[in-house]
Design a protein around this ligand. Structure first.
Ligand SMILES: [Zn+2]
Ligand SMILES: [Zn+2]
Ligand SMILES: [Zn+2]
Ligand SMILES: [Zn+2]
Length: 343
């Protein structure tokens, strides 16, 4: 049980913390409007205190998701909550709160709407430049102001395929080759773009077809960070998910960054044995409440007793990003995997 005795309900902790901060800022002499003005420094103190109070007890992050609480008020974000329930189900154990060990389940825990609202009023992380932006300015920043927001060349309509961060657009356009290209080259580029969009349409049609297959399964998972030593010199930054069950088998996904901070490689592995080959299509998409826009890529592999690990696939985002690695380092990445069994 909790070592520090019955904890204060979260809302009471929050109010007490805010009162302490106000006390720290209040001038003892003047009780004028200046006492209402919170300095920049105390704002960041407040933010840090809120972060500590409102963060998920498992991933220690402020998640803009449903937030559950155990009967003693410990907070767990939706991603971690689902993860704990799945893991205990797989191990035939009763799920428990990671702080006080009290039993948790969808019925025993409630959502804490006050905490969800408080978190939604706190600054948000821009997925492109990773700066903290107020929720009011977030959409405008992401769409129109962020220097690293993904953009395409203004000559895209005449076949320039360039895409990149906004701060590079001007430089690119000054030397965009498409402006001096002849009619034949322009036609060639337009044909290439046409082929690309046909491939995209084919991909979506294939995904829609797969959604009608007899056996399919989906799971919300998190990539958790761990350091993995291939050998003493060759250290790679690795991630893995919890095990999950699909088609009566246990599965797991591993991933790693090796050379480039923009390239993440992942692999679906079957844990256990197989008596006959199992052919699957699988697809990673962004998870609920996730800020990462994953570009869909349909993978296919036939798992067999002598090949239980799928091939390594590359995870791409919808936008050019050098910051994929820092994104992974800053947060636990939530994603959803769909698995389709081929007939
Ligand atoms: Zn969490
Ligand atoms: Zn608890
Ligand atoms: Zn930004
Ligand atoms: Zn261009």
């Amino acid at each position: 049980m909790n070592e520090t005795g019955p904890p204060l309900p979260v809302d009471a902790q929050l109010i007490r913390s805010c009162m302490i901060i106000e006390d720290e800022n209040a001038s003892p002499k003047k009780e004028t409007s200046s006492t209402n003005k919170i300095s920049k420094k105390s704002k960041s103190v407040l933010k840090n205190k809120l972060q500590k109070i409102l963060c998920c007890a498992v991933c220690l992050e402020l998640r803009r998701s449903a937030i559950y609480q155990c009967k003693y008020g410990h907070l767990i974000c939706a991603g971690c909550f689902g993860d704990i329930l799945t893991e205990s189900r797989l191990q035939n154990e009763i799920a428990s709160c990671p702080v006080c060990q009290s039993t948790i389940s969808k019925d025993l825990c409630t959502r804490n709407v006050a905490v969800e609202k408080t978190i939604s009023a706190l600054p948000m992380t821009c997925p492109y430049c990773l700066l903290q932006i107020s929720p009011e300015s977030y959409k405008t920043h992401k769409k129109c102001l962020c220097e690293k927001r993904p953009t395409i060349c203004s000559n895209n309509l005449i076949g320039c395929p360039w895409e990149g961060p906004h701060y590079e657009k001007h430089m690119h356009q000054e030397q965009c080759k498409q402006l001096s290209a002849n009619g034949y080259d322009i036609l060639q580029s337009l044909n290439d773009m046409d082929e690309e969009s046909k491939d995209e349409v084919n991909l979506y049609e294939r995904i829609f077809e797969l959604l009608s297959v007899d056996k399919f399964s989906y799971h919300d998972l998190q990539f958790k960070h761990f350091n993995y030593n291939l050998s003493t010199e060759d250290k790679i930054e690795a991630f893995e998910t919890s095990k999950f069950s699909a088609f009566d088998k246990l599965w797991m996904i591993h991933g790693y960054f090796k050379d480039k901070p923009s390239e993440f490689h992942y692999q679906l592995s079957l844990k256990g044995t197989l008596d006959k080959p199992l052919s699957l299509h699988y697809l990673l998409v962004k998870g609920p409440y996730s800020e990462m826009e994953i570009k869909p890529k349909l993978c296919q592999f036939t798992f067999q007793q002598n090949s239980l690990d799928g091939p390594f696939e590359t995870l791409s985002l919808w936008y050019h990003s050098d910051s994929l690695k820092s994104f992974f380092q800053a947060k636990r990445i939530n994603f959803r995997i769909f698995l389709f069994e081929n007939n």
